[in-house]
Design a protein around this ligand. Structure first.
Ligand code: NAD
Length: 233
């Protein structure tokens, strides 16, 4: 942790890449660890354009449950530390696979939402924006009658170009990249850490097997590790 703090102080550009493990301590389950969502529900059957097109009931039930899981969830101290580091010029950007909006809620400003956001509901057919309430009530698009969906990237869809380009550029040119709370199983985001020439740090609950790919691996809670690094700054 002391080493990470030193690298942060020496670095001209530090980028943070987060995944679902960044939000579990806010009460939002991840997908792949022991208590994760996808133990019971296969994401490949729901988080897809096929489900949206062919089985809207299942698609709608899954995403309604994801909205319900966000209810009352707040950013934790780790999110706030990242926002504070941005304010203090210690990190340049946060690239995230999370769709829960917690980095923004904590005050981070330079965020690349690589998998979109649950909070931006739109019509699959005409693209017009709608409200979360309209989606949850299973209403058709008020503009064209099409199916409403959250603004997240489904399996098989391309990532938002601007967010991807911005994250790729910052990671390529970073001196330090902190990768936090991701299993690095989802393509193409799992390729991003390989794109940097800078120091690579992996902070994750389950970290075995990543020692060769990273300069430093710290196994444990994202919140606690960020708090400890912060205490050295
Ligand atoms: P993942 O579920 O595949 O992996 C999460 C990783 O975080 C696991 O390796 C786990 O060990 C680790 N982890 C869990 N709790 C932790 C903690 N407190 N501290 C540190 N590490 C912890 O998630 P992923 O790699 O982000 O990929 C899954 C996909 O699911 C992404 O596309 C993402 O968009 C989506 N997703 C998002 C949310 C969210 O927005 N909060 C939640 C679930 C899934």
């Amino acid at each position: 942790m002391e080493q990470v703090a030193k690298w942060l102080q020496q670095s001209k550009k530090t980028v943070v890449l987060t995944g679902a493990g960044m939000s579990t301590e806010s009460g939002i389950p991840d997908f792949r660890s022991k208590s994760g969502w996808w133990r019971n529900i296969d994401p490949a059957t729901v988080a897809t354009v096929e489900a949206l097109t062919n089985d809207y009931d299942l698609f709608h039930a899954f995403y309604s449950a994801r909205f319900a899981a966000l209810n009352g969830c707040e950013p934790h101290a780790g999110h706030s530390i990242l926002a504070d580091w941005e304010q203090r010029g210690l990190i340049a950007r946060v690239a995230t696979q999370n769709v829960d909006g917690l980095h923004k809620a904590a005050g981070s400003q330079n965020i690349d939402e690589l998998h979109g956001s649950l909070h931006r509901v739109r019509c699959q057919q005409c693209g017009k924006q709608a409200t979360t309430e309209q989606f949850l009530a299973k209403e058709p698009c008020p503009n064209c009658g099409g199916r409403l969906r959250p603004g997240i990237v489904l399996f098989g869809e391309t990532l938002p170009q601007n967010a991807w380009n911005q994250a790729l550029y910052t990671i390529e040119t970073a001196d330090v990249v902190l990768v936090i709370g991701t299993s690095l199983q989802v393509y193409p985001v799992n390729q991003l850490p390989k794109m940097t020439g800078g120091k690579l740090v992996y902070i994750n609950q389950e970290a075995a097997g990543y020692e060769k790919e990273f300069d430093l691996v710290i196994q444990g809670s994202a919140k606690e590790i960020l708090q400890q690094v912060n205490s050295y700054l």
